[in-house]
Design a protein around this ligand. Structure first.
Ligand code: NAG
Ligand code: NAG
Ligand code: NAG
Ligand code: NAG
Length: 262
């Protein structure tokens, strides 16, 4: 009888220890946590790409109708250029030249030159697989490893790894690593922490991967926020913020997520 009681107690203690350790592992993983969010309207039609400027004091924003704008941290918009008829969906910066690199639906990757004061756009390469994908084509782009590019599509959450000249290095299916993901709406690679932020606008979620895209680190649901159609994401570590823009025709909003452990 005594031995049974002893075994039962040991079992219960082990269970609660296990639960305790698991909870601790989940909350002490040092991964970023969303603490609060703020938003305001921002006057860029269908804001679908965002990137922190090289000077780290404003955001570059780009929209589906070819608007390129500088957006201050107080949501003030300065329209730089209107590339009419260009369905620009994502934006990043080439740190060497400070040119902007954008992806254009369905399948083009282009460069907006700093030397032209951001008025001239030139093609760099096309993603052959995404030819004719129309509204399911390229949606997100980010520089990876300083001289390489990750570019992703809405269709099947496919992602391609290129060098900056447009030579294909590898193709990824994010679903192989994160089975729930449905699409790529935008991408942002965090060089310092070697992590890749991927926005899924259909699920209203963010997926955080390691830089080499072999591991899913964390998933963030935006269900509880008022973010309606998140299509753009940028990271600002110095201020502890993640910025998310909505792709809406009228009065899109720009959200600032205040993060812990970013
Ligand atoms: C929004 O921007 C457009 C130019 O792109 C301008 O014509 C319009 O006045 C702006 N609206 C507001 C409310 O600032
Ligand atoms: C670049 O373009 C912006 C917006 O049109 C303008 O305000 C600025 O003066 C220009 N800078 C130069 C150096 O031309
Ligand atoms: C990143 O770049 C370094 C050299 O700069 C290279 O050794 C490494 O393989 C690259 N990583 C990936 C995933 O391509
Ligand atoms: C909330 O987000 C999860 C993903 O984290 C998704 O599976 C679910 O469908 C969402 N629910 C609603 C109501 O949007």
């Amino acid at each position: 009888m005594k031995i049974y009681l002893f075994l039962l107690i040991t079992f219960l203690v082990q269970c609660s220890m296990g639960h305790y350790l698991e909870t601790r592992a989940n909350t002490n993983d040092n991964l970023p946590v969303i603490e609060k969010y703020y938003n305001s309207r921002v006057n860029v039609t269908e804001l679908s790409g965002l990137k922190l400027s090289a000077t780290k004091d404003f955001l570059w924003g780009i929209g589906d109708e070819g608007q390129l704008a500088q957006i201050s941290f107080r949501y003030k918009v300065t329209l730089m250029e209107n590339f009419k008829g260009v369905d620009s969906e994502g934006i990043t910066i080439d740190p060497k030249t400070e040119d902007l690199i954008v992806c254009i639906e369905p399948n083009r990757v282009s460069r907006i030159t700093k030397s032209s004061n951001y008025t001239v756009i030139k093609d760099i390469f096309t993603v052959k697989d995404a030819n004719g994908w129309k509204k399911f084509g390229l949606e997100g782009i980010t520089l990876f490893n300083k001289t390489q590019i990750y570019v992703g599509a809405q269709k099947d959450a496919l992602l391609w790894h290129y060098d900056i000249k447009g030579n294909l290095i590898k193709k990824y299916q994010l679903k192989n690593v994160a089975s729930k993901i449905t699409e790529i709406a935008d991408l942002s690679y965090d060089e310092e922490k070697n992590r890749l932020w991927v926005l899924d606008s259909e699920l209203r979620s963010i997926f955080l991967f390691n830089g080499e895209i072999t591991k899913l680190l964390k998933t963030y649901s935006l269900n509880e926020t008022q973010i309606y159609n998140p299509e753009s994401i940028a990271i600002d570590r110095e201020n502890g913020n993640i910025w998310i823009g909505e792709d809406r025709k009228d009065n899109p909003k720009l959200f600032r997520l205040k993060m812990r452990n970013l």
